[in-house]
Structures are given as structure tokens and as C-alpha cells.
Design a protein around this ligand. Sequence first.
Ligand code: FAD
Length: 159
Amino acid sequence: MDDRQFRNAMGKFATGVNVIATETDGEIHGMTANAFMSVSLDPKLIVISIKEGAKMLDKIKESNRFSVNVLSCEQQEESMIFAGQKKMEDAFNFDYLEQVPVVRNALAQLSCEVYNEHVEGDHTLFIGRVTGLDLQDGDPLIFNCGKYRELKELESVSV
Ligand code: FAD
């Protein structure tokens, strides 16, 4: 099995799109990520997965805190900026939630502190304990088979 085939298989699984953000020495760093899952209700835990070599990895280890920002279908540009696919002219303006930088107008902003971390292969899984959250209405940005998409409601079928 080659890497491309594995990536294509994983890409069949449609996900939302998040921006992870953290602050070290007064500098905010953001990174687009779709490897995200809810883990536990009591305590409230989530998991993100960061690849070896990503700048975000050392920054989260240093700050011990990060935010997960679930992007809306109007925030493809933010996803591209924090995936290194588009450059910004000016500095990106973050808001704060529980002293952690968050992305304005995200559908969900979760501030987290690192609860545990596990190195698995070429990624590190950070388990985050959710310390605060803020929600907004709207439709999510979707990522599937390497493309950004929007949700489409299916006609309900009466059985
Ligand atoms: P960089 O590549 O240096 O930063 C990312 C980009 O964000 C750069 O262009 C940088 O200029 C910009 N940026 C950062 N902070 C700021 C700021 N304050 N103001 C303005 N611009 C800023 N990788 C994973 O490890 N895990 C995942 O789950 C994951 N999911 C992804 C999902 C999608 C849909 C996409 C498109 C990519 C995903 N990636 C994932 C890849 C990851 O987003 C990129 O490899 C990213 O470039 C890695 O970021 P970095 O921390 O190494 O820093």
C-alpha cells in the first residue's frame, strides 16, 4: 500500500475544518487541522493530531494551551491562510477566550489546556481539557477528497 492510496482513503471521510491557535512569548500561531475528535464528557476532553515537524507542535508543548476553532462555510480563506496556502498582507486579528487566542466568527471556539500527549508514529495526539467555549449559528466548512465543500441538505424521505 503506498502513501497516496492511504491518504486518498482517509480523504473519503468528510470532516469539518478547524484552526488550532496558541500563544508563546506574546506571538500567536495558527494552523489548519481536521484531525479532531471529542473524547470524554466528564471531564470534557477533545483530541487533536499534529504532524512531526509542524511549528505548532513545539508551540503547544511550550504554552501548554491551545484553542480549537470550528470554521464556518464563510471561512475558507482562514483555512487557507493557516494551512500555508494563502499569505496575509496584515496580521490576523485573534480574539481571546480564557486567555487563549481564538478565531473570530468561528462556529465553535474551544479553549483547552493540555491534559495528556501521545506520540503515535509521525504525529502527536494532544488531549485537551476544555476550559471554555463559545458558539455561533451557521453552517460548517467541509473538507472531503482534498476539496472544500458546503453542507447540502438532503430531501427527507418518508418511510
Ligand atoms: P506554518 O506552516 O508556518 O503556518 C501555517 C500558516 O499559517 C503559514 O502560512 C503562516 O504564515 C500562517 N500563520 C500562522 N500564524 C499566523 C498569524 N498569527 N497570522 C497570520 N498568519 C499566520 N496538519 C496536521 O498536522 N494535522 C491536521 O489535522 C491537519 N489537518 C489539515 C486539514 C486541512 C483541511 C488542511 C488544508 C491542512 C491540514 N494540515 C494538518 C496541514 C497543516 O495545516 C499545514 O501543514 C500547516 O502549514 C502546518 O503549520 P505549521 O504549524 O507547521 O506552521
